[in-house]
Design a protein. Structure first.
Length: 152
Protein backbone atom coordinates (compact mmCIF):
# COMPACT_ATOMS: atom_id res chain seq x y z
CA UNK A 1 0.00 0.00 0.00
CA UNK A 2 1.43 3.39 -0.93
CA UNK A 3 1.63 6.24 1.54
CA UNK A 4 -0.85 8.18 -0.61
CA UNK A 5 -3.49 5.55 0.14
CA UNK A 6 -2.94 5.56 3.91
CA UNK A 7 -5.06 8.24 5.45
CA UNK A 8 -4.02 9.55 8.85
CA UNK A 9 -6.42 8.62 11.61
CA UNK A 10 -7.12 11.22 14.25
CA UNK A 11 -8.63 10.90 17.70
CA UNK A 12 -11.65 12.94 18.66
CA UNK A 13 -9.60 15.39 20.75
CA UNK A 14 -7.31 16.14 17.82
CA UNK A 15 -10.29 16.72 15.55
CA UNK A 16 -11.93 18.98 18.13
CA UNK A 17 -8.75 21.05 18.44
CA UNK A 18 -8.40 21.40 14.66
CA UNK A 19 -12.04 22.38 14.20
CA UNK A 20 -12.27 24.61 17.27
CA UNK A 21 -15.18 22.72 18.84
CA UNK A 22 -15.67 20.43 21.81
CA UNK A 23 -15.59 16.67 21.67
CA UNK A 24 -19.21 16.78 22.83
CA UNK A 25 -20.13 18.77 19.70
CA UNK A 26 -18.46 16.15 17.53
CA UNK A 27 -20.32 13.32 19.28
CA UNK A 28 -23.60 15.18 18.87
CA UNK A 29 -22.94 15.75 15.16
CA UNK A 30 -22.31 12.01 14.88
CA UNK A 31 -25.64 11.24 16.57
CA UNK A 32 -27.41 13.52 14.10
CA UNK A 33 -25.69 11.82 11.19
CA UNK A 34 -23.75 14.93 10.22
CA UNK A 35 -20.38 13.29 10.78
CA UNK A 36 -19.09 9.72 10.62
CA UNK A 37 -16.66 8.22 13.06
CA UNK A 38 -18.84 5.95 15.14
CA UNK A 39 -19.96 3.58 12.39
CA UNK A 40 -18.57 0.13 12.96
CA UNK A 41 -16.88 1.20 16.19
CA UNK A 42 -17.01 -1.26 19.07
CA UNK A 43 -17.91 0.02 22.50
CA UNK A 44 -14.85 1.31 24.30
CA UNK A 45 -12.82 1.73 21.11
CA UNK A 46 -11.55 5.21 20.36
CA UNK A 47 -13.28 7.21 17.67
CA UNK A 48 -10.96 7.71 14.71
CA UNK A 49 -11.36 10.33 12.01
CA UNK A 50 -9.74 11.16 8.70
CA UNK A 51 -8.59 14.51 7.38
CA UNK A 52 -11.73 14.43 5.20
CA UNK A 53 -13.83 14.21 8.39
CA UNK A 54 -12.05 17.29 9.74
CA UNK A 55 -12.70 19.20 6.50
CA UNK A 56 -16.37 18.15 6.59
CA UNK A 57 -16.71 19.23 10.22
CA UNK A 58 -15.06 22.59 9.49
CA UNK A 59 -17.42 23.10 6.56
CA UNK A 60 -20.45 22.29 8.70
CA UNK A 61 -19.33 24.68 11.42
CA UNK A 62 -18.70 27.40 8.83
CA UNK A 63 -22.20 26.96 7.41
CA UNK A 64 -23.75 26.98 10.86
CA UNK A 65 -21.90 30.15 11.83
CA UNK A 66 -22.25 32.04 8.54
CA UNK A 67 -25.91 31.29 8.05
CA UNK A 68 -26.98 30.87 11.67
CA UNK A 69 -28.55 27.55 10.78
CA UNK A 70 -30.41 25.32 13.16
CA UNK A 71 -29.08 21.79 13.37
CA UNK A 72 -32.09 20.57 11.36
CA UNK A 73 -31.31 23.08 8.61
CA UNK A 74 -27.65 22.14 8.74
CA UNK A 75 -28.59 18.47 8.45
CA UNK A 76 -30.81 19.24 5.47
CA UNK A 77 -28.00 21.12 3.71
CA UNK A 78 -25.50 18.36 4.47
CA UNK A 79 -27.84 15.65 3.20
CA UNK A 80 -28.39 17.56 -0.02
CA UNK A 81 -24.65 17.99 -0.46
CA UNK A 82 -24.05 14.27 0.12
CA UNK A 83 -26.77 13.42 -2.39
CA UNK A 84 -25.15 15.74 -4.93
CA UNK A 85 -21.77 14.07 -4.31
CA UNK A 86 -23.38 10.72 -5.08
CA UNK A 87 -24.85 12.15 -8.26
CA UNK A 88 -21.41 13.46 -9.27
CA UNK A 89 -20.06 9.92 -8.82
CA UNK A 90 -22.86 8.57 -11.03
CA UNK A 91 -22.04 11.22 -13.66
CA UNK A 92 -18.38 10.20 -13.60
CA UNK A 93 -19.38 6.62 -14.50
CA UNK A 94 -20.22 7.89 -18.02
CA UNK A 95 -23.97 7.27 -17.97
CA UNK A 96 -26.30 7.49 -20.93
CA UNK A 97 -27.94 10.80 -21.84
CA UNK A 98 -31.18 9.56 -20.26
CA UNK A 99 -29.35 8.84 -17.00
CA UNK A 100 -27.57 12.20 -17.20
CA UNK A 101 -30.94 13.92 -17.52
CA UNK A 102 -32.15 12.14 -14.38
CA UNK A 103 -28.94 13.09 -12.54
CA UNK A 104 -29.22 16.76 -13.54
CA UNK A 105 -32.91 16.84 -12.59
CA UNK A 106 -32.21 15.33 -9.17
CA UNK A 107 -29.19 17.57 -8.56
CA UNK A 108 -31.31 20.59 -9.46
CA UNK A 109 -33.82 19.69 -6.72
CA UNK A 110 -31.02 19.42 -4.15
CA UNK A 111 -29.48 22.76 -5.09
CA UNK A 112 -32.91 24.42 -5.08
CA UNK A 113 -33.49 23.14 -1.53
CA UNK A 114 -30.10 24.44 -0.42
CA UNK A 115 -30.76 27.80 -2.04
CA UNK A 116 -34.18 27.96 -0.39
CA UNK A 117 -32.57 27.54 3.05
CA UNK A 118 -29.94 30.19 2.30
CA UNK A 119 -32.49 32.68 0.98
CA UNK A 120 -34.76 32.15 3.99
CA UNK A 121 -31.80 32.94 6.23
CA UNK A 122 -30.94 36.00 4.11
CA UNK A 123 -34.53 37.24 4.51
CA UNK A 124 -34.36 36.88 8.29
CA UNK A 125 -31.02 38.69 8.34
CA UNK A 126 -32.41 41.49 6.15
CA UNK A 127 -35.39 41.87 8.50
CA UNK A 128 -33.06 42.04 11.49
CA UNK A 129 -30.89 44.64 9.72
CA UNK A 130 -34.01 46.73 9.03
CA UNK A 131 -34.94 46.56 12.73
CA UNK A 132 -31.45 47.68 13.71
CA UNK A 133 -31.55 50.56 11.21
CA UNK A 134 -34.89 51.66 12.69
CA UNK A 135 -33.50 51.51 16.24
CA UNK A 136 -30.40 53.40 15.18
CA UNK A 137 -32.55 56.12 13.60
CA UNK A 138 -34.60 56.39 16.78
CA UNK A 139 -31.44 56.69 18.87
CA UNK A 140 -30.05 59.39 16.57
CA UNK A 141 -33.35 61.29 16.91
CA UNK A 142 -33.27 61.00 20.71
CA UNK A 143 -29.66 62.14 20.79
CA UNK A 144 -30.44 65.18 18.66
CA UNK A 145 -33.32 66.16 20.98
CA UNK A 146 -31.14 65.72 24.05
CA UNK A 147 -28.26 67.70 22.53
CA UNK A 148 -30.63 70.58 21.67
CA UNK A 149 -31.99 70.60 25.25
CA UNK A 150 -28.54 70.43 26.76
CA UNK A 151 -27.22 73.29 24.62
CA UNK A 152 -30.22 75.43 24.72
Amino acid sequence: MSSAQVEPRLRIGEVAARAGVTTRTIRYYEELGLLGGSAGRSKGVHRLYSDADVVRLQGLIRLRELLGLSLDELLSLAEAEEARAGLRDQWADDPSDEQRLRIVTEATRHVERQLELVRARQQRLAEFADELIEKLGSLHDQRAVLERRWRG
